[in-house]
Design a protein around this ligand. Structure first.
Ligand SMILES: [Zn+2]
Length: 460
C-alpha cells in the first residue's frame, strides 16, 4: 500500500464506500465455496482436479479439494458449482484505452485528411465532452469485466482525469468494471500524435489529453500534475524527441512517488532510451534487438507485448466499417503478410531471451459486432498465432502481468490472501487458447459478475 494514499481524501472515501458496498452485497453470506472440475495454476501449469476455492469477504481463504474445503466451511456457506469448467485467475489487460473508441475512418478521409487511421478518431474523442467520454468508458469497462478482465491498466487517452474518475466510481460500487490502474495524461514530446491544429486553440486541445515534456524540469512537473489526480502509474511516449535525461527525470520523479513508468517505445532507438532511463516496462517494443532484450532482462524491465495488429487483425476491424478500394485492400493484405513473419520472430526472440513479459490488447478501436471485452480477448489470442504456447499466453495476462503491475500480492493467481477475482471457461484453455474468448464465469471481489453455467443448468 502506498503511503500517500492514506492522505488522499478521495481514496479514503472510496475505500469506505467499497466496504459499505461489500457489506450490502454480501450480508447474507460472507463465505462462498466455488467448486469446479479443474483449476489451472498458470505459474506452474499444474491442474488441481477436482478443485474448490473458499472465499471470505472478497478474498481467497483456501484452495484445495472440494471435500476438504467443504468440511472447513460452516453450514449455510454459499456454494457455486461450475461443473466441468476450468477455473483461472481473473484476467489482466495490462495495456488498454477504455476512454477511446476509434471508428476507422473512410478511405478517402485517411488519404486526404490524416496521416493514418488513428488521428481523426483521437481528435474527435478529445473534442467530446469529458462527461460523455467517461460514460463511454463506463460501458467499455463493464464489457471488459464481462469478458473476464478483472484488472486493466489504462495507459492514457482518457482526458485529464477520466480514467481516475472511472476507477474511483468502480471502486465505490457506483458502476461495474474491472480494477483500473489509471495513468491520466500521457507524457509526450510536442509533435507526437497531433499536428497542424488550429494555432489559436492547439495548446488547449493538447492539454486535454497530454502533458508535454521538453526538459527534465517539465518532466518532473508533469509527473506531479498526474499525481494530483491520484494516478497509479505514469505513461510516457518515447520517440527521438525525448532525451535520456528527460526520461530519467520522469522515472526518478515517478519512483519518488512510488509509481511505475510504462514507456511506449517501438523503434530500436526509443527502446534504448527507455532502457537507459530505467523505465519499468516497455510497451509494444516491436523493433527490440537481442542485445536490448538482454539488457532488459538484466535490469528487470518488462516487455509488454501488444499483439493488436498481429496477422490480419486490423483487416477484421476495418472490413466491416469501411468500403475499401482494391488498392487499399491490397496494401492492407501486404502489410498483414509482412507482420505475419515479423511478430512470430519477435515472440520467439522474447521467449528465448528470458526477459520478463506480459501482454496487453492496446484496444482503442470500435470492432463492429464485438464488445470491447471480446475484442480485447481476441487480440491476446493472436499471440498463439505468433507461436506462443497457450500456457505462456495465460501467464502473460495473469501471473506475469500482476508482477509487471507490482500487484503480485493481490491478483494474478488463485491463492489464499489474494482478491477473489476468478474466471472460468468450459473447455481446457491449454488445449485451445481461444477458450479465452468465451469466458463463461466471472467473479470479482467475491461477487459473481457472470455465470453462464448456472443459466445453462437452470434451462435444462
Ligand atoms: Zn496504447
Amino acid at each position: 500500500m502506498k503511503m500517500r494514499r492514506w492522505f488522499s481524501l478521495s481514496a479514503t472515501l472510496s475505500y469506505a464506500l467499497l466496504a459499505i458496498g461489500q457489506l450490502a452485497g454480501q450480508s447474507s453470506s460472507l463465505l462462498t465455496l466455488v467448486k469446479t472440475n479443474r483449476l489451472l495454476d498458470p505459474r506452474s501449469g499444474s491442474v488441481l482436479s477436482p478443485a474448490a476455492v473458499l472465499i471470505e469477504n472478497g478474498k481467497i481463504k483456501e484452495v484445495g479439494a472440494p471435500a476438504q474445503l467443504q468440511s472447513h466451511a460452516p453450514a449455510g456457506v454459499r456454494i457455486i458449482d461450475l461443473g466441468g469448467a476450468t477455473l483461472l485467475p481473473g484476467l489482466i489487460d495490462s495495456h488498454t484505452h477504455l476512454l477511446l473508441d476509434v471508428i476507422v475512418p473512410p478511405e478517402a478521409e485517411i488519404a486526404r485528411h490524416s496521416n493514418g487511421t488513428f488521428a481523426p478518431g483521437l481528435l474527435l474523442a478529445v473534442a467530446e465532452s469529458p462527461a460523455k467520454r467517461v460514460l463511454q468508458g463506463a460501458q467499455l469497462a463493464r464489457e471488459d469485466l464481462e469478458s473476464g478482465f478483472t484488472t486493466v491498466r489504462n495507459l492514457g487517452h482518457s482526458g485529464i482525469d477520466g480514467d481516475a474518475a472511472l476507477r474511483d466510481a468502480i471502486n465505490a460500487g457506483r458502476i461495474p468494471g474491472p480494477r483500473i490502474l489509471a495513468s491520466a495524461r500521457k507524457l509526450i514530446a510536442l509533435g507526437t500524435y497531433v499536428q497542424s491544429l488550429n494555432p489559436a486553440i492547439s495548446q488547449a486541445i493538447i492539454e486535454q489529453e497530454f502533458l508535454l515534456v521538453d526538459s527534465p524540469d517539465r518532466a518532473r512537473q508533469a509527473v506531479r500534475q498526474n499525481v494530483f489526480y491520484n494516478v497509479d502509474l505514469i505513461k510516457v511516449t518515447v520517440g527521438d524527441d525525448i532525451s535520456v535525461p528527460e526520461l530519467a527525470a520522469v522515472v526518478d520523479e515517478a519512483h519518488r512517488q512510488h509509481l511505475k513508468v510504462a514507456a511506449h517505445a517501438t523503434d530500436t532507438a526509443s527502446i534504448q532510451t527507455a532502457i537507459d532511463a530505467g523505465a519499468d516496462s516497455i510497451e509494444h517494443g516491436n523493433q527490440v534487438t537481442d542485445e536490448q532484450l538482454k539488457q532488459m532482462r538484466d535490469k528487470g524491465i518488462f516487455l509488454d507485448l501488444t499483439p493488436t495488429f498481429f496477422g490480419r487483425f486490423i483487416m477484421k476491424i476495418t472490413e466491416p466499417s469501411i468500403v475499401m478500394s482494391p488498392a487499399l485492400r491490397a496494401s492492407n493484405a501486404d502489410s498483414a503478410a509482412r507482420t505475419q513473419k515479423r511478430y512470430p520472430e519477435l515472440v520467439q526472440r522474447v521467449l528465448k531471451s528470458g526477459v520478463r513479459f506480459a501482454a496487453g490488447s492496446d484496444m482503442c478501436w470500435f470492432y463492429p459486432g464485438k464488445t470491447r471485452g471480446q475484442a480485447s480477448a481476441a487480440t491476446l489470442v493472436n499471440l498463439r498465432d505468433a507461436g506462443m504456447s497457450p500456457l505462456d499466453v495465460i501467464r502473460a495476462i495473469t501471473t506475469n502481468a500482476a508482477e509487471m503491475l507490482g500487484w503480485q500480492d493481490r491478483i494474478g493467481a488463485i491463492e489464499p490472501g489474494k482478491f477473489a477475482d476468478l474466471t472460468a471457461v468450459a473447455e481446457d484453455p491449454v488445449a485451445d487458447i481461444t477458450e479465452l474468448e468465451r469466458v463463461r464465469f466471472v467473479m470479482k471481489d467475491g461477487q459473481v459478475i457472470r455465470n453462464d453455467f448456472a443459466t445453462n443448468s437452470a434451462n435444462r
